[in-house]
Design a protein around this ligand. Structure first.
Ligand code: FE
Length: 207
C-alpha cells in the first residue's frame, strides 16, 4: 500500500501545479502578442513599398457595405485595386503625392472627409503624406501583418476602403506620418483657390 499512497500524493501535486503553469504560459503568450501588435506603430518607413495582400482578423464592419461587383462598377481599376484589394500604387505616380493646392481630401469610395491640405507635407516618400487627420473619427486602423511585417493599416471607417498606413516618423507636433495612396483619395479644392469651383471628379460615375 505505501507505494500506492506515494503515487497518489505525486498525482495530487501535479494536478495542483498544472493550472498555475498554464496560467503562467497564458500570461507569456499574451505579453508576446501585445508586444507584436505594438511593433506595428514602429515599423520603418521603407517597410511599406510592397502591396499589402493580407490583413488583420479584427472584426471591423464598416457602415457602407457593397459587393465587389458594385465597387468595381463605380471605381477605376486602379482605385478598385488599391481601396478594395489593399493594393499600393507605385511611389511618385499618384495624382496627389506632389499636390499642393488648398482643399480637402476625401475617401474616393464614399466621400468621407479625411485630411486637409493644412497638414499635408512633403515626406519624400512619393505618396501623399499628412501629419494629422482632419476627421479622425472617419479613420479605422488595424494591424497589417502582410509581407512578414507588422504595420498599421489605415482604412475608411465608413466604407472600409484601404487608404494606406500610418508610421511614427512624421514631423511635429504629432510625430506621425499618414502615408496614403492617391488612388484612395478625392480632392475638393478650397473655394477661390484657383483650381475651379467644383470638386475634381475622379470616380467613373462622377465623370
Ligand atoms: Fe470611404
Amino acid at each position: 500500500m505505501p507505494p500506492q499512497a506515494e503515487d497518489t500524493t505525486t498525482s495530487v501535486s501535479a494536478r495542483r501545479w498544472a493550472p498555475i503553469g498554464m496560467a503562467a504560459g497564458l500570461v507569456l503568450v499574451t505579453a508576446a502578442g501585445w508586444q507584436w501588435l505594438q511593433a506595428g506603430s514602429h515599423a520603418p518607413a521603407e517597410a511599406m513599398t510592397p502591396e499589402a495582400t493580407t490583413h488583420s482578423e479584427e472584426d471591423f464592419v464598416p457602415d457602407i457595405n457593397k459587393t465587389e461587383e458594385q465597387w468595381q462598377a463605380e471605381l477605376t481599376p486602379e482605385q478598385f485595386k488599391v481601396t478594395r484589394q489593399k493594393g499600393t500604387e507605385r511611389p511618385y505616380t499618384g495624382k496627389y503625392w506632389n499636390h499642393k493646392e488648398p482643399g480637402k481630401y476625401k475617401c474616393v469610395c464614399c466621400g468621407a472627409e479625411l485630411f486637409t491640405s493644412a497638414t499635408k507635407y512633403d515626406s519624400g516618400c512619393g505618396w501623399p503624406s499628412f501629419y494629422a487627420a482632419d476627421q479622425p473619427d472617419n479613420l479605422h486602423t488595424e494591424a497589417d501583418r502582410s509581407w512578414g511585417m507588422v504595420r498599421t493599416e489605415v482604412m475608411c471607417k465608413k466604407c472600409g476602403a484601404h487608404l494606406g498606413h500610418v508610421f511614427d516618423d512624421g514631423p511635429q507636433p504629432t510625430g506621425v506620418r499618414f502615408c496614403m495612396n492617391s488612388a484612395s483619395l478625392d480632392f475638393e479644392p478650397e473655394e477661390g483657390s484657383g483650381e475651379g469651383n467644383a470638386k475634381t471628379p475622379s470616380r467613373k460615375d462622377a465623370e
